[in-house]
Design a protein around this ligand. Structure first.
Ligand code: GLU
Length: 434
Protein backbone atom coordinates (compact mmCIF):
# COMPACT_ATOMS: atom_id res chain seq x y z
CA UNK A 1 0.00 0.00 0.00
CA UNK A 2 1.31 3.42 -0.89
CA UNK A 3 0.35 6.08 1.60
CA UNK A 4 1.55 8.79 -0.75
CA UNK A 5 1.90 11.51 1.80
CA UNK A 6 4.43 14.14 2.67
CA UNK A 7 5.17 14.25 6.34
CA UNK A 8 6.11 17.46 8.03
CA UNK A 9 8.28 17.36 11.11
CA UNK A 10 5.75 17.83 13.91
CA UNK A 11 8.27 19.17 16.39
CA UNK A 12 7.27 16.47 18.89
CA UNK A 13 10.84 15.20 19.10
CA UNK A 14 12.46 18.60 19.58
CA UNK A 15 14.43 18.54 22.80
CA UNK A 16 15.40 21.72 24.60
CA UNK A 17 19.17 22.00 24.52
CA UNK A 18 22.09 24.06 23.29
CA UNK A 19 21.34 25.82 20.02
CA UNK A 20 23.60 24.35 17.40
CA UNK A 21 24.16 25.78 13.96
CA UNK A 22 21.59 24.17 11.70
CA UNK A 23 24.43 23.17 9.37
CA UNK A 24 26.56 21.45 12.05
CA UNK A 25 27.03 17.73 11.38
CA UNK A 26 25.33 16.77 14.64
CA UNK A 27 22.35 19.01 14.00
CA UNK A 28 22.08 17.76 10.39
CA UNK A 29 22.00 14.20 11.72
CA UNK A 30 19.42 15.06 14.41
CA UNK A 31 17.23 16.88 11.88
CA UNK A 32 17.02 13.72 9.80
CA UNK A 33 16.60 11.51 12.84
CA UNK A 34 13.65 13.61 14.07
CA UNK A 35 11.97 13.46 10.67
CA UNK A 36 12.25 9.65 10.55
CA UNK A 37 11.10 9.34 14.18
CA UNK A 38 8.04 11.37 13.26
CA UNK A 39 7.14 9.11 10.35
CA UNK A 40 7.63 6.00 12.45
CA UNK A 41 5.75 7.49 15.39
CA UNK A 42 8.74 6.43 17.45
CA UNK A 43 8.15 6.12 21.18
CA UNK A 44 9.50 9.23 22.90
CA UNK A 45 11.60 7.10 25.27
CA UNK A 46 13.19 5.21 22.39
CA UNK A 47 13.86 8.53 20.69
CA UNK A 48 15.66 9.74 23.81
CA UNK A 49 17.60 6.49 24.04
CA UNK A 50 18.80 6.71 20.45
CA UNK A 51 19.58 10.44 20.65
CA UNK A 52 22.30 10.02 23.22
CA UNK A 53 25.47 7.97 22.78
CA UNK A 54 25.97 5.12 25.25
CA UNK A 55 29.59 6.03 25.87
CA UNK A 56 31.82 9.05 25.19
CA UNK A 57 35.49 8.81 26.07
CA UNK A 58 38.04 11.61 25.90
CA UNK A 59 41.66 10.62 26.53
CA UNK A 60 44.78 12.67 26.68
CA UNK A 61 47.64 11.09 24.78
CA UNK A 62 51.14 12.08 25.83
CA UNK A 63 53.95 11.06 23.49
CA UNK A 64 57.66 11.76 23.25
CA UNK A 65 58.33 13.61 20.01
CA UNK A 66 61.40 12.84 17.86
CA UNK A 67 63.21 15.87 19.32
CA UNK A 68 62.80 14.54 22.87
CA UNK A 69 60.05 16.96 23.95
CA UNK A 70 56.71 15.74 25.32
CA UNK A 71 53.53 16.63 23.44
CA UNK A 72 49.98 15.89 24.60
CA UNK A 73 47.15 15.21 22.14
CA UNK A 74 43.44 14.74 22.71
CA UNK A 75 41.73 11.54 21.55
CA UNK A 76 38.08 10.53 21.36
CA UNK A 77 35.98 7.41 21.06
CA UNK A 78 32.22 7.63 21.05
CA UNK A 79 29.98 4.58 21.05
CA UNK A 80 26.59 5.69 19.86
CA UNK A 81 24.93 2.34 20.43
CA UNK A 82 25.48 -1.40 20.52
CA UNK A 83 21.92 -2.57 20.04
CA UNK A 84 22.52 -4.64 16.89
CA UNK A 85 25.95 -5.92 17.92
CA UNK A 86 29.46 -4.70 18.78
CA UNK A 87 29.97 -1.07 17.83
CA UNK A 88 31.84 -0.29 14.63
CA UNK A 89 33.38 2.79 13.12
CA UNK A 90 36.53 4.48 11.92
CA UNK A 91 39.16 6.63 13.58
CA UNK A 92 40.14 9.95 12.04
CA UNK A 93 43.26 12.02 12.60
CA UNK A 94 42.67 15.69 11.93
CA UNK A 95 43.50 19.09 13.47
CA UNK A 96 39.86 20.07 13.88
CA UNK A 97 38.24 16.82 15.00
CA UNK A 98 36.18 17.35 18.18
CA UNK A 99 33.75 15.47 20.38
CA UNK A 100 30.63 16.97 18.74
CA UNK A 101 31.76 15.84 15.31
CA UNK A 102 32.69 12.38 16.59
CA UNK A 103 29.28 12.09 18.29
CA UNK A 104 27.50 12.85 15.01
CA UNK A 105 29.68 10.47 13.05
CA UNK A 106 29.13 7.69 15.62
CA UNK A 107 25.36 8.01 15.24
CA UNK A 108 25.82 8.01 11.47
CA UNK A 109 27.59 4.65 11.79
CA UNK A 110 24.61 3.21 13.68
CA UNK A 111 22.26 4.09 10.82
CA UNK A 112 24.82 3.06 8.21
CA UNK A 113 25.27 -0.45 9.65
CA UNK A 114 21.52 -0.85 10.04
CA UNK A 115 20.80 0.24 6.47
CA UNK A 116 22.98 -2.53 5.00
CA UNK A 117 21.83 -5.07 7.60
CA UNK A 118 25.21 -5.77 9.17
CA UNK A 119 25.02 -6.78 12.86
CA UNK A 120 26.95 -3.84 14.31
CA UNK A 121 26.20 -0.76 16.38
CA UNK A 122 27.79 2.59 15.64
CA UNK A 123 30.98 4.23 16.92
CA UNK A 124 33.61 6.70 15.83
CA UNK A 125 36.95 7.89 17.13
CA UNK A 126 39.54 10.50 16.44
CA UNK A 127 42.73 12.20 17.52
CA UNK A 128 43.07 15.95 17.27
CA UNK A 129 46.43 16.24 15.48
CA UNK A 130 47.93 17.25 12.16
CA UNK A 131 49.26 13.97 10.79
CA UNK A 132 51.19 15.83 8.07
CA UNK A 133 53.36 17.41 10.75
CA UNK A 134 54.16 14.11 12.47
CA UNK A 135 56.93 11.68 11.56
CA UNK A 136 56.05 8.01 11.02
CA UNK A 137 57.59 7.13 14.39
CA UNK A 138 55.54 9.84 16.15
CA UNK A 139 52.37 8.61 14.42
CA UNK A 140 53.12 5.10 15.61
CA UNK A 141 53.64 6.20 19.23
CA UNK A 142 50.46 8.31 19.07
CA UNK A 143 48.41 5.41 17.70
CA UNK A 144 49.78 2.90 20.20
CA UNK A 145 49.21 5.15 23.20
CA UNK A 146 45.68 6.02 22.02
CA UNK A 147 44.96 2.28 21.69
CA UNK A 148 46.47 1.54 25.11
CA UNK A 149 44.27 4.25 26.65
CA UNK A 150 41.20 2.63 25.11
CA UNK A 151 42.01 -1.03 25.82
CA UNK A 152 38.87 -1.48 27.89
CA UNK A 153 36.70 0.06 25.15
CA UNK A 154 38.02 -1.81 22.09
CA UNK A 155 37.55 -5.54 21.56
CA UNK A 156 36.36 -7.93 18.83
CA UNK A 157 33.05 -8.45 20.66
CA UNK A 158 32.85 -4.92 21.96
CA UNK A 159 34.02 -2.11 19.71
CA UNK A 160 35.91 -2.49 16.46
CA UNK A 161 37.74 0.48 14.90
CA UNK A 162 38.59 0.95 11.22
CA UNK A 163 40.29 3.54 9.00
CA UNK A 164 38.74 6.95 8.37
CA UNK A 165 40.12 10.35 7.37
CA UNK A 166 43.97 10.32 7.45
CA UNK A 167 44.28 6.82 8.89
CA UNK A 168 45.26 3.77 6.88
CA UNK A 169 46.23 0.10 6.93
CA UNK A 170 49.46 0.80 8.79
CA UNK A 171 47.62 2.60 11.58
CA UNK A 172 45.21 -0.37 11.83
CA UNK A 173 48.20 -2.75 12.03
CA UNK A 174 49.59 -0.78 15.01
CA UNK A 175 46.19 -0.86 16.73
CA UNK A 176 45.95 -4.62 16.18
CA UNK A 177 49.46 -5.19 17.49
CA UNK A 178 49.09 -2.94 20.56
CA UNK A 179 45.80 -4.60 21.51
CA UNK A 180 47.25 -8.08 20.88
CA UNK A 181 50.36 -7.40 22.98
CA UNK A 182 48.16 -6.34 25.87
CA UNK A 183 45.79 -9.31 25.76
CA UNK A 184 48.77 -11.60 25.07
CA UNK A 185 47.41 -13.25 21.96
CA UNK A 186 47.08 -12.21 18.33
CA UNK A 187 43.60 -10.73 18.05
CA UNK A 188 43.08 -9.81 14.40
CA UNK A 189 39.32 -9.22 14.68
CA UNK A 190 39.75 -6.20 17.00
CA UNK A 191 40.16 -3.85 14.03
CA UNK A 192 39.30 -3.88 10.32
CA UNK A 193 40.92 -2.29 7.30
CA UNK A 194 44.17 -4.10 8.14
CA UNK A 195 46.83 -5.04 5.58
CA UNK A 196 45.81 -8.32 3.90
CA UNK A 197 48.85 -10.12 5.28
CA UNK A 198 47.70 -9.31 8.85
CA UNK A 199 44.18 -10.68 8.42
CA UNK A 200 42.74 -7.93 6.25
CA UNK A 201 40.16 -8.69 3.58
CA UNK A 202 40.55 -8.78 -0.16
CA UNK A 203 38.63 -5.88 -1.65
CA UNK A 204 38.38 -3.83 1.58
CA UNK A 205 40.35 -0.91 0.17
CA UNK A 206 38.14 -0.57 -2.89
CA UNK A 207 34.92 -1.48 -1.05
CA UNK A 208 33.54 2.02 -0.41
CA UNK A 209 34.01 3.13 -4.04
CA UNK A 210 32.64 -0.18 -5.30
CA UNK A 211 29.54 0.22 -3.10
CA UNK A 212 29.04 3.79 -4.36
CA UNK A 213 29.00 2.49 -7.92
CA UNK A 214 26.65 -0.43 -7.15
CA UNK A 215 23.98 1.89 -5.72
CA UNK A 216 24.57 4.47 -8.47
CA UNK A 217 23.90 1.80 -11.10
CA UNK A 218 20.70 0.78 -9.27
CA UNK A 219 19.58 4.43 -9.22
CA UNK A 220 20.36 4.89 -12.93
CA UNK A 221 18.30 1.80 -13.66
CA UNK A 222 15.35 3.25 -11.71
CA UNK A 223 15.32 6.43 -13.78
CA UNK A 224 15.91 4.57 -17.03
CA UNK A 225 19.45 5.70 -17.84
CA UNK A 226 22.15 3.41 -19.16
CA UNK A 227 25.56 3.60 -17.45
CA UNK A 228 27.38 3.80 -20.77
CA UNK A 229 25.32 6.81 -21.84
CA UNK A 230 25.80 9.01 -18.80
CA UNK A 231 28.22 11.74 -17.77
CA UNK A 232 29.78 11.70 -14.31
CA UNK A 233 31.63 14.28 -12.16
CA UNK A 234 33.59 13.10 -9.14
CA UNK A 235 34.76 15.43 -6.38
CA UNK A 236 37.77 14.01 -4.54
CA UNK A 237 40.31 11.57 -5.93
CA UNK A 238 41.27 9.73 -2.76
CA UNK A 239 40.38 6.12 -2.11
CA UNK A 240 36.61 6.54 -2.56
CA UNK A 241 36.61 9.07 -5.42
CA UNK A 242 39.26 7.40 -7.55
CA UNK A 243 37.74 3.90 -7.27
CA UNK A 244 34.25 5.29 -8.01
CA UNK A 245 35.60 7.15 -11.06
CA UNK A 246 37.48 4.07 -12.26
CA UNK A 247 34.49 1.73 -11.91
CA UNK A 248 32.09 4.18 -13.62
CA UNK A 249 34.67 4.52 -16.39
CA UNK A 250 34.75 0.71 -16.69
CA UNK A 251 30.95 0.79 -17.03
CA UNK A 252 31.43 2.98 -20.10
CA UNK A 253 30.35 6.25 -18.45
CA UNK A 254 31.97 9.51 -19.55
CA UNK A 255 33.73 10.89 -16.48
CA UNK A 256 33.87 14.57 -17.43
CA UNK A 257 35.48 15.92 -14.24
CA UNK A 258 37.58 14.83 -11.28
CA UNK A 259 39.27 16.82 -8.53
CA UNK A 260 41.47 16.79 -5.46
CA UNK A 261 42.96 19.46 -3.18
CA UNK A 262 44.95 20.82 -6.14
CA UNK A 263 41.64 21.71 -7.88
CA UNK A 264 39.32 20.29 -10.54
CA UNK A 265 40.05 18.88 -13.99
CA UNK A 266 37.41 18.99 -16.72
CA UNK A 267 37.23 17.38 -20.14
CA UNK A 268 33.92 17.34 -21.99
CA UNK A 269 34.81 14.22 -24.01
CA UNK A 270 35.75 12.34 -20.83
CA UNK A 271 38.90 11.95 -18.76
CA UNK A 272 41.12 8.90 -19.16
CA UNK A 273 40.68 7.66 -15.56
CA UNK A 274 43.35 4.91 -15.64
CA UNK A 275 45.80 7.61 -16.81
CA UNK A 276 44.69 9.90 -13.96
CA UNK A 277 45.16 7.04 -11.46
CA UNK A 278 48.66 6.40 -12.81
CA UNK A 279 49.38 10.15 -12.68
CA UNK A 280 48.45 10.48 -8.99
CA UNK A 281 50.44 7.36 -8.15
CA UNK A 282 53.50 8.92 -9.72
CA UNK A 283 53.03 12.56 -8.62
CA UNK A 284 51.17 12.28 -5.33
CA UNK A 285 48.25 14.42 -6.58
CA UNK A 286 46.43 15.52 -9.75
CA UNK A 287 48.35 18.83 -9.79
CA UNK A 288 49.41 19.52 -13.38
CA UNK A 289 47.31 16.67 -14.83
CA UNK A 290 47.43 17.18 -18.63
CA UNK A 291 44.63 16.85 -21.19
CA UNK A 292 41.99 18.53 -19.01
CA UNK A 293 40.93 22.11 -18.31
CA UNK A 294 41.45 23.37 -14.77
CA UNK A 295 38.28 24.24 -12.84
CA UNK A 296 37.64 24.80 -9.16
CA UNK A 297 36.14 22.25 -6.81
CA UNK A 298 33.03 24.46 -6.55
CA UNK A 299 32.65 24.65 -10.34
CA UNK A 300 32.88 20.86 -10.54
CA UNK A 301 29.81 20.52 -8.32
CA UNK A 302 27.79 22.81 -10.57
CA UNK A 303 28.62 21.08 -13.87
CA UNK A 304 25.95 19.85 -16.27
CA UNK A 305 26.13 16.06 -15.73
CA UNK A 306 23.96 13.02 -14.97
CA UNK A 307 25.77 11.75 -11.88
CA UNK A 308 27.64 13.77 -9.28
CA UNK A 309 29.74 11.86 -6.75
CA UNK A 310 30.92 14.10 -3.90
CA UNK A 311 33.65 11.94 -2.38
CA UNK A 312 35.83 14.54 -0.67
CA UNK A 313 34.48 15.91 2.61
CA UNK A 314 31.40 17.15 4.45
CA UNK A 315 29.32 20.29 3.81
CA UNK A 316 30.16 20.69 0.11
CA UNK A 317 26.58 21.26 -1.01
CA UNK A 318 24.76 23.68 1.26
CA UNK A 319 21.95 26.20 0.93
CA UNK A 320 24.52 28.48 -0.77
CA UNK A 321 25.04 26.33 -3.87
CA UNK A 322 22.32 23.64 -3.82
CA UNK A 323 20.18 25.59 -6.31
CA UNK A 324 23.08 25.56 -8.80
CA UNK A 325 23.44 21.77 -8.91
CA UNK A 326 22.43 20.33 -12.29
CA UNK A 327 23.12 16.61 -11.81
CA UNK A 328 20.20 14.15 -11.92
CA UNK A 329 21.69 11.87 -9.26
CA UNK A 330 23.99 12.73 -6.36
CA UNK A 331 25.72 9.71 -4.88
CA UNK A 332 27.31 10.62 -1.55
CA UNK A 333 30.73 8.95 -1.44
CA UNK A 334 31.79 11.16 1.49
CA UNK A 335 30.07 11.39 4.86
CA UNK A 336 27.78 14.44 5.02
CA UNK A 337 28.65 16.23 1.74
CA UNK A 338 25.08 17.64 1.56
CA UNK A 339 23.78 19.66 4.51
CA UNK A 340 20.24 19.26 5.87
CA UNK A 341 19.38 22.74 4.57
CA UNK A 342 20.40 21.75 1.05
CA UNK A 343 18.23 18.60 1.08
CA UNK A 344 15.01 20.52 0.54
CA UNK A 345 16.36 22.56 -2.38
CA UNK A 346 17.66 19.43 -4.12
CA UNK A 347 14.33 17.68 -3.52
CA UNK A 348 12.40 20.61 -4.97
CA UNK A 349 14.64 20.48 -8.05
CA UNK A 350 13.91 16.78 -8.50
CA UNK A 351 17.48 15.63 -7.86
CA UNK A 352 17.79 12.10 -6.52
CA UNK A 353 20.27 11.97 -3.64
CA UNK A 354 21.63 8.56 -2.63
CA UNK A 355 22.46 9.34 1.00
CA UNK A 356 25.86 8.71 2.56
CA UNK A 357 24.56 6.14 5.04
CA UNK A 358 23.58 4.02 2.04
CA UNK A 359 25.98 5.13 -0.72
CA UNK A 360 29.23 4.77 1.20
CA UNK A 361 28.25 1.79 3.35
CA UNK A 362 30.35 -0.54 1.18
CA UNK A 363 33.36 0.16 3.43
CA UNK A 364 31.74 -1.00 6.62
CA UNK A 365 30.11 -3.91 4.79
CA UNK A 366 33.49 -5.34 3.80
CA UNK A 367 34.75 -4.48 7.31
CA UNK A 368 32.03 -6.84 8.49
CA UNK A 369 33.28 -9.47 6.03
CA UNK A 370 36.83 -8.93 7.32
CA UNK A 371 35.69 -9.42 10.92
CA UNK A 372 33.80 -12.60 9.94
CA UNK A 373 36.86 -13.97 8.10
CA UNK A 374 39.18 -13.16 11.04
CA UNK A 375 36.89 -14.93 13.46
CA UNK A 376 36.62 -17.95 11.18
CA UNK A 377 40.32 -17.94 10.32
CA UNK A 378 39.23 -18.64 6.77
CA UNK A 379 39.76 -16.09 4.02
CA UNK A 380 37.64 -15.45 0.94
CA UNK A 381 38.68 -14.67 -2.62
CA UNK A 382 38.27 -11.12 -3.90
CA UNK A 383 35.60 -12.38 -6.28
CA UNK A 384 33.54 -13.74 -3.36
CA UNK A 385 33.96 -10.52 -1.36
CA UNK A 386 32.84 -8.37 -4.32
CA UNK A 387 29.91 -10.62 -5.15
CA UNK A 388 28.61 -10.52 -1.58
CA UNK A 389 29.22 -6.78 -1.35
CA UNK A 390 27.24 -6.16 -4.54
CA UNK A 391 24.38 -8.31 -3.26
CA UNK A 392 24.16 -6.52 0.09
CA UNK A 393 24.38 -3.06 -1.47
CA UNK A 394 21.76 -3.86 -4.12
CA UNK A 395 19.39 -5.24 -1.48
CA UNK A 396 19.97 -2.19 0.71
CA UNK A 397 19.22 0.14 -2.20
CA UNK A 398 16.01 -1.75 -3.04
CA UNK A 399 14.86 -1.74 0.60
CA UNK A 400 15.42 2.01 0.90
CA UNK A 401 13.86 2.69 -2.49
CA UNK A 402 10.73 0.75 -1.50
CA UNK A 403 10.40 2.71 1.75
CA UNK A 404 10.79 5.95 -0.20
CA UNK A 405 7.98 5.10 -2.63
CA UNK A 406 5.79 3.72 0.16
CA UNK A 407 5.89 6.99 2.12
CA UNK A 408 6.59 9.25 -0.86
CA UNK A 409 9.74 10.58 0.78
CA UNK A 410 13.33 11.09 -0.38
CA UNK A 411 15.90 8.30 -0.37
CA UNK A 412 17.66 10.00 2.53
CA UNK A 413 14.53 10.14 4.63
CA UNK A 414 13.78 6.55 3.65
CA UNK A 415 17.27 5.36 4.62
CA UNK A 416 16.78 6.89 8.08
CA UNK A 417 13.27 5.48 8.41
CA UNK A 418 14.50 2.01 7.42
CA UNK A 419 17.50 1.96 9.72
CA UNK A 420 15.90 3.64 12.73
CA UNK A 421 12.99 1.23 12.48
CA UNK A 422 15.41 -1.70 12.49
CA UNK A 423 17.36 -0.47 15.51
CA UNK A 424 14.24 0.60 17.41
CA UNK A 425 12.49 -2.73 16.78
CA UNK A 426 15.54 -4.63 18.04
CA UNK A 427 15.77 -2.35 21.06
CA UNK A 428 12.10 -2.84 21.88
CA UNK A 429 12.50 -6.64 21.74
CA UNK A 430 15.60 -6.59 23.88
CA UNK A 431 14.02 -4.19 26.36
CA UNK A 432 15.84 -1.96 28.80
CA UNK A 433 17.97 -3.79 31.33
CA UNK A 434 17.55 -2.48 34.83
N1 GLU B 1 35.23 4.91 8.35
C1 GLU B 1 34.41 4.17 7.44
C2 GLU B 1 32.99 4.74 7.42
O1 GLU B 1 32.77 5.87 7.75
C3 GLU B 1 34.46 2.70 7.70
C4 GLU B 1 34.01 2.25 9.05
C5 GLU B 1 34.27 0.76 9.30
O2 GLU B 1 34.63 0.06 8.36
O3 GLU B 1 34.09 0.36 10.43
O4 GLU B 1 32.09 4.10 6.97
Amino acid sequence: MTTNRKIQNSGFYKEPGPKLSSESPFESMMERFRFAADILGLDKGLFKYLSSPVKQVIVSIPIVMDNGSIEVFEGYRVIHDNVLGPSKGGIRYSPDVNIEEVKALAAWMTWKCAVVNVPFGGAKGGIRCNPKELSLAELERLTRRYTANLLDVFGPDQDIPAPDMNTNEQVMAWIMDTYSMNVQRTETAVVTGKPIILGGSQGRKEATGRGVVTVTLSALNKIGLLPNKVTVAVQGFGNVGSVSAQLMYEQGSTVIAISDISGGYYRKEGIDIPAAMAYTKENGSLEGFPDADPITNEELLELECDVLIPAAKEDQISKHNAHKIKAKIISEGANGPVTANADLILEQNGIMVIPDILANAGGVTVSYFEWVQDRQGYFWTEERVNRRLNRLMKNAFDNVYNVSTHYNITLRQAAYVYSIDRVATTLKMRGIYA
